[in-house]
Design a protein around this ligand. Structure first.
Ligand SMILES: Nc1nc2c(c(=O)[nH]1)N[C@H]1C(S)=C(S)[C@@H](COP(=O)(O)O)O[C@H]1N2
Ligand SMILES: [Mo]
Length: 199
């Protein structure tokens, strides 16, 4: 080593500043699902938030649709290294679903139809950082991408954005979810490249 070839001194040279380390730009929208795609009709769809003491709040599809929603344009980053910029969604902020619940919980386990789980700090779902998203690109979210509704937490790696989300379970302890239990990072900040446990 010791020889520096001009033009190759920095990997970041000319790189898109919106791309976290180790990521590349995807034009398409890849589908990443562990297992089959659950088909959940909006008639039987239900979403709940449950506190550590067992207090439960549930919303039917019409009830979710009746809540104020937001249009969101965000960059998303998958741990398999694709990022997609300026993705457009509509959803209900998690703040309005969890906001005034009586809880001392610091963590959340998101549970999906089909059995997928992922863990996050409660604080990362609040403050306008996370949504229950039901539209993508101006259209209803397709089943492949988590429709009728998915969690959207764009500031963390995209495996935290649970598709077909069914329940947010508030907990006082940080238990690992599906990917976290097989070695993926508990937090998953793409800007700190927290891909695996220990990163
Ligand atoms: N229920 C469920 N949610 C999931 C997954 C999954 O397998 N099941 N995969 C995760 C992973 S690893 C990624 S990168 C994104 C992919 O979302 P997409 O298929 O819409 O691109 O969903 C996340 N949410
Ligand atoms: Mo992923």
């Amino acid at each position: 080593m010791g020889v520096v070839t001009p033009g190759f001194t920095g990997r970041a040279r000319g790189a898109n500043p919106r791309l976290p380390p180790g990521q590349y730009l995807a034009e398409e929208f890849p589908v990443l699902t562990a297992g089959p795609t659950p088909r959940v009709s909006t008639e039987r769809w239900e979403f709940s938030v449950v506190t550590e003491s067992g207090e439960r709040r549930s919303w039917s599809w019409p009830e979710l649709m009746a809540l104020p929603s937001e249009k969101i344009t965000v960059d998303i980053h998958c741990v398999t290294q694709w990022s997609k910029l300026d993705t457009r969604w509509r959803g209900v902020p998690v703040d309005s679903l969890v906001g005034d619940l009586d809880t001392a919980a610091d963590y959340v386990m998101a549970h999906s139809y089909g059995g997928y789980t992922t863990n996050l700090p409660l604080a990362d779902l609040l403050g306008g950082q996370a949504w229950i998203a039901y539209e993508y690109g101006g259209k209803p979210l397709t089943p492949e991408h988590g429709g009728p509704a998915r969690l959207l937490v764009p500031h963390l790696y995209f495996w935290k954005s649970a598709k077909w989300v069914r329940e947010l379970r508030l907990t006082t302890k940080d238990d690992p979810g599906f990917w976290e239990a097989s070695g993926y990072h508990d937090y998953g900040d793409p800007w700190r490249e927290q891909r695996y446990q220990g990163d």
